[in-house]
Design a protein around this ligand. Sequence first.
Ligand SMILES: Cc1cc2nc3c(=O)[nH]c(=O)nc-3n(C[C@H](O)[C@H](O)[C@H](O)COP(=O)(O)O)c2cc1C
Length: 166
Amino acid sequence: MSESVIDQVAVEFREVMARVCTPVAVITAFDDARPHGTTVSAFTSLSMGPPMILVSLDRGSDLLAIVRRTGEFGVNVLAHDQADVAMRFARKGADKFDGIGWTESARVPRISGSAGWLACTTETLVDGGDHVVVLGNIVETGLTPAAPLTYHDRVFGTHRAFEAAS
Ligand SMILES: Cc1cc2nc3c(=O)[nH]c(=O)nc-3n(C[C@H](O)[C@H](O)[C@H](O)COP(=O)(O)O)c2cc1C
């Protein structure tokens, strides 16, 4: 492939992915006693029997380094009113949990008010380009009645069903 074709693929790949409406979750883990978290949109279910999910984390992610060490992580599926939480955990730093409500659940940090909760143990890590795919076994679940936070065309929103046909 010529360099201009490679450039076009890189640009259009980003634009195509911007058209994919994704969930927004914060992946959490304990760095010794300190809770840490990272915002992700590359998160999906993988298997029903056994129940498994996958998360794709940048190789440079501090959260990934912690999960490599501990083998345990939480998936906090954010609610529609948690865009500020998503932005808080989308930056670097050891202080991301300051001012955030959370509890410990199944040995990992659980963020209060999230629409959905999964506690996981790591099954395996798979290299994928500049990311690492983390395959997780689900060991605990939780639900809060709240509409989800979504990410589409580089902005946050939520999902709304079509009006029922009359
Ligand atoms: C909406 C949104 C979605 C994101 N999705 C991912 C993702 O799927 N995987 C990832 O590694 N980083 C993703 N990021 C970027 C990380 O949140 C960001 O790089 C963070 O600073 C990493 O923190 P850490 O080094 O403490 O793990 C996303 C950021 C935003 C705002």
